[in-house]
Each structure stands twice: as structure tokens, then as C-alpha cells.
Design a protein around this ligand. Structure first.
Ligand code: C2E
Ligand code: CA
Ligand code: CA
Length: 519
């Protein structure tokens, strides 16, 4: 569950920033294109203003002709001025009532259109348009008026405008559209686009003349601008991927807390049972073993119980684990010691087992079919657990264990300072003398006399003694001389697998090498 969430988190970690950055670059590029279009439109209106102003300046020089009749001389001057001008295509004279009555080609009666709603000033420059009857399309007409005398007009073809503003096209398929405000479109500069592109558009209006210019470009151009950032995006993407990979490695390296693993260990069959032989040092026989748990952790290797038993106690897993151990020990005994020749296997309990009678039920189930002799099982309870649970339930549990036919050993005896009273109250069968006292044999440690008192106490209470952690020959000799009957420790054997223990048991009890037991 947590792993799945971690994976989802990592995927989000990898994709969200990338998507955000791509979106950000997308927004940035669109914004840039939009700005370029706005600039193109504004620049183009300035360009068109300049063209109109310069044309007006040329026309102003002919203002002395305003109001004059359309004589050949007048026509000749208009024609001459038209020839010299690089801006206006034709020049005419305007009557006071806005009719063009004379042009560079001769007398005429033309009415130019002006934007609706705009007052035509009596003096100065304003802009209108004229439909080109021959070429089609429309031309801008610049009016320079001189009050009641009328004025001079000049026609500028849209091409003039477009040529001058074409430099402002945005993108290879950019377009510029020039039109009269509140009037018609005059022309379009779209050298490479067949269609009119409205997706990305910006407009600008002249502040002086009723001219509006619209700059537009196509999506392809925006894409091409976006693609320019691909190398940068790749660098950022690789950076993010690296970061995510790094985080993932960190997360994978981080060990899962052991208690999470413990919850799964039983189902995953990660527990193993080892048997440490217990030897009768008076008779020179192996009489059984203590069952000791090992946890084969997939990552941490074989774990000793000191690491996980306290954890199993805290988390409550010790109950199902012990139940599993019961079944396992039963199966092992039936498999390797079918005749159950005086075999005794010690199984460790914890305080939790003394708080209610569940453990008795679990044990009862072991013997229900009669295959396993209850005498084969000894339950080990530490002295400290007995003291801490000095109450009715614990007494009841222990009584009922006895009723079943199992024995009880007090583990780690001597370390808990329990009184005689406690020992008598809880009827027990064995005292396991803790290793710390066995270790004092042959030394002058201050705790040295305690071992002898424990041995004496055991004899007085008629309890069998099992010395734990026996490692040396002289310890065996001492214990034997003192009448201690059983011993367990590396001197005899390390905890063994079932097969090894069965072999040990038979060899030890068959042909017992004299050197092994006699000191
Ligand atoms: P314990 O019940 O006192 O078990 C004896 C421990 O002393 C075992 O350690 C054993 O390997 C070790 N030992 C035996 N002989 C010698 C020796 O000569 N020298 C030394 N230095 N050590 C020796 P282990 O197997 O690591 O178990 C440690 C403790 O974990 C046990 O102490 C017991 O309290 C607990 N434990 C082990 N298995 C179980 C279990 O199945 N259930 C419960 N509840 N506790 C268990
Ligand atoms: Ca024990
Ligand atoms: Ca012990």
C-alpha cells in the first residue's frame, strides 16, 4: 500500500513539474508572439502615418491650385507633381463641397468616401478612400483642405502602404491587414499565406488618421517558436528525471521499519526454528533441546531473537508467532522423534502469554489427537515475567499448563531476585540458571557465591536445575560436582537445525564419546 503510494508520488513528482514547465514555456512563447504581433501592428501604423504625412506635405505644395479652374496648365502641374512623387499615384483638386473636379489626367467629377461619423475638417489633413473602378480594390485618399477654396487630394494605392510595412510581418506566414476605422479594408499583406489567420492577432490604431492595422500569424509559427525551447526543455526534463531517480534510490535504500516486515514474516514463512541441545550432565545423555527462533529477513539476513522478539511483544505478533512455533515444534518432534524417547523441547513464552488463558487453548490443540505427548513440551517463562505477573491469571495459566501435562521452567533464573514465596506460589519444575552465574565459575567475581545459593535453593525446593550458557569444560565439571543435572551451552552445541539436532541427539545418546561429557 505504502509502496504503491510512493510509486504514485514519484510519478507525480516526475510528471507534474515537467507538465508545468512545458505549460509555462507554452504560455511564455504565446505571450512573446502576441507581443511581437502588437509591436508589428503598432510599428505598421507609425509607418502608415509617416506615409500619409509625407504625402500631405507634397500635396500642401500644390495648395495654391485649390479653387482654380481645371485648365490645361493646372492639369500639367498636377501631372508633373504626380510624376515626381514616389508616394501618391494621382493628385486632384477638391471643391469646397468635396467633389474632385480636376486630376492629373484632366477634368472629372469624383466623390471620395470618408469614414462615417467623422467630421470633415475645413482645414488640414484627413483621410478617406476611393473605390478603384479599374483595378478593383480601394485606395486611400489624403485630403489637404484649405477652407472655402477646397483643397488638394492624393490617392495612395494600398501597395504603397503594404510595401512599407511588410518588414513587420511576424513569422513566415504572417499577415498584415490595413483598414479604415469604421470603413472598409484597404489591403492585405500576406505574401505566403493564402488564408486569413485569426488565431494569433493584434491590432493597432493610428492616433492621427482613421487607420487600423492588424497583424496576425499562424499556429505553425507559434509551434516553431516553441520548438526552439526543446533543447532547454530536454535539459530541464533530464534534470527532473535525475532528481526523481535520486529520490527513488533514496527511498528504496531507506529500510522499511522492522515492525512492518514483522507483520508479513509469518505469512512469508521467514521464521526458522533452531534447537539447542540440553544435556543431562550426570547421566551423559542428551534429553532434549530449547527451541530458538530465527528470522530469515530478505534484506537483513538471519536475525537473532533479541532483535525481533521484543518488537513482536510490543506489536502483539508474538501470540501468532508462538502459536506457529508450537505447531512447528510438534511437527518436528513427530517427524524426527516419532518414538518420542524422553525428548523434551523447551519453548519460550512471554509476559503476554500469562495475561489470559489463550496459550492453554493453543497448547491443548497440540495434544488433541494424542500424537504428541505433553511431557515432551516445557514452557520457559523468565523469572522477571513471573514477578511482573504475580497475579491470579498467571497462576491459573501455569496451573493449567501443568494440568495438560507440560512442564514449566523458570528462565534466566537469578536475574530477577524473586523470593522463595513466588517460586512456591507458582509451581514450577525447572530452574534455568542464567549464563551470568555460570560465567562466574572459576573466577573470583563478587556474584560468585550466588551460583551456589541458587543451586542450594533448587535442591531445597526439589527443582531440577538447568545451567545455561555453559561454554567450558571446567564449568561442566563444577556443575556436575554440585549436583546440577542439566546443562545447555556452546560447550555442547550451538543451536542446530532440526536435522542436525536429530543427528546430535542420536550420536550423543548412542556412542557417547567419553571426552565430551566427562571433564
Ligand atoms: P534464552 O531463552 O535465554 O535463550 C538462550 C540464549 O542463549 C539463546 O540465544 C542461545 O543461543 C544463547 N546461548 C546458548 N548457549 C550459549 C552459550 O554457551 N554462550 C552464549 N554466549 N550464548 C548461548 P538466542 O537464540 O539468541 O535467544 C535469545 C533470547 O531470545 C532467548 O534467550 C529468549 O529469551 C528469546 N527467544 C528465542 N527464541 C524465542 C522464542 O521462540 N520465543 C520467545 N518468546 N523468545 C525467544
Ligand atoms: Ca529460554
Ligand atoms: Ca535463558
Amino acid at each position: 500500500m505504502k509502496r504503491a503510494m510512493a510509486v504514485v508520488g514519484l510519478v507525480l513528482l516526475a510528471t507534474v513539474p515537467s507538465v508545468l514547465i512545458i505549460a509555462l514555456v507554452g504560455w511564455f512563447v504565446t505571450d512573446q508572439v502576441q507581443q511581437d504581433l502588437a509591436q508589428a501592428a503598432a510599428g505598421s501604423t507609425l509607418e502608415s502615418d509617416r506615409l500619409i504625412e509625407r504625402s500631405a506635405a507634397e500635396l500642401r505644395e500644390l495648395l495654391d491650385l485649390a479653387g482654380q479652374d481645371c485648365t490645361p496648365e493646372v492639369v500639367a502641374r498636377l501631372s508633373d507633381a504626380t510624376m515626381r512623387s514616389s508616394r501618391v499615384g494621382s493628385i486632384g483638386l477638391l471643391s469646397a463641397d468635396s467633389v474632385v473636379y480636376c486630376t492629373n489626367t484632366g477634368p472629372t467629377t469624383l466623390v471620395t468616401a470618408v469614414p462615417t461619423g467623422r467630421a470633415v475638417p475645413a482645414e488640414g489633413v484627413y483621410v478617406g478612400w476611393i473605390e478603384n473602378s479599374l483595378a478593383g480594390g480601394r485606395s486611400i485618399v489624403v485630403h489637404v483642405r484649405a477652407g472655402t477654396r477646397g483643397g488638394v487630394v492624393g490617392r495612395i494605392d494600398p501597395e504603397e502602404f503594404l510595401e512599407r510595412i511588410e518588414g513587420n510581418l511576424v513569422g513566415p506566414r504572417g499577415a498584415l491587414l490595413i483598414s479604415i476605422i469604421d470603413g472598409p479594408t484597404l489591403g492585405r499583406a500576406a505574401p505566403h499565406s493564402e488564408w486569413y489567420l485569426t488565431r494569433y492577432v493584434a491590432r493597432a490604431r493610428s492616433t492621427q488618421y482613421p487607420i487600423e492595422i492588424e497583424a496576425s500569424t499562424d499556429e505553425g509559427y507559434v509551434w516553431s517558436r516553441f520548438l526552439q525551447y526543446i533543447p532547454l526543455l530536454v535539459v530541464i526534463g533530464v534534470g527532473i528525471a535525475g532528481l526523481v531517480l535520486w529520490v527513488a534510490v533514496l527511498m528504496l535504500r531507506r529500510r522499511r521499519p522492522l515492525d512492518e516486515d514483522l507483520a508479513l514474516a509469518l505469512n512469508r514463512r521467514q521464521f526458522e526454528v533452531y534447537y539447542q541441545p540440553i544435556v543431562d550432565i550426570q547421566a551423559g545423555r542428551c534429553v532434549g533441546a530449547e527451541a530458538l527462533l530465527r528470522w530469515r529477513h530478505p534484506k537483513r539476513g538471519l536475525l537473532r531473537p533479541d532483535v525481533f522478539i521484543p518488537l513482536a511483544e510490543q506489536t502483539g505478533f508474538i501470540i501468532p508467532i508462538t502459536r506457529w512455533l508450537f505447531d512447528r515444534v510438534r511437527a518436528d518432534i513427530l517427524l524426527s522423534f516419532p518414538e518420542q524417547e524422553h525428548i523434551h523441547v523447551g519453548i519460550n513464552l512471554v509476559a503476554e502469554h500469562l495475561r489470559d488463558t489463550h496459550v492453554v487453548e493453543d497448547l491443548k490443540a497440540l495434544f488433541a489427537d494424542g500424537a504428541l505427548n505433553p511431557k515432551a513440551i516445557t514452557l520457559e517463562i523468565t523469572e522477571r515475567q513471573i514477578i511482573d505477573n504475580f497475579r491470579e491469571t498467571a497462576i491459573e495459566v501455569m496451573e493449567r499448563i501443568h494440568e495438560l501435562g507440560c512442564s514449566i521452567a523458570v528462565d534466566d533464573f537469578g536475574t530477577g531476585h524473586s523470593g522463595l514465596a513466588a517460586l512456591q506460589r507458582f509451581s514450577v519444575d525447572y530452574l534455568k540458571i542464567d549464563k551470568v552465574f555460570v560465567d562466574t565459575i572459576g573466577t573470583d567475581a563478587v556474584s560468585r557465591p550466588i551460583l551456589d545459593s541458587i543451586i542450594d535453593l533448587g535442591h531445597k525446593l526439589q527443582l531440577e536445575l538447568i545451567a545455561e550458557g555453559v561454554e567450558q569444560r571446567h564449568q561442566v565439571a563444577y556443575l556436575r560436582a554440585r549436583g546440577v543435572r542439566y546443562a545447555q551451552g556452546y560447550y555442547f552445541s550451538f543451536p542446530l537445525t532440526l536435522a542436525s539436532f536429530a543427528r546430535f541427539y542420536r550420536e550423543y545418546n548412542g556412542v557417547v564419546p567419553a571426552t565430551t561429557v566427562s571433564a
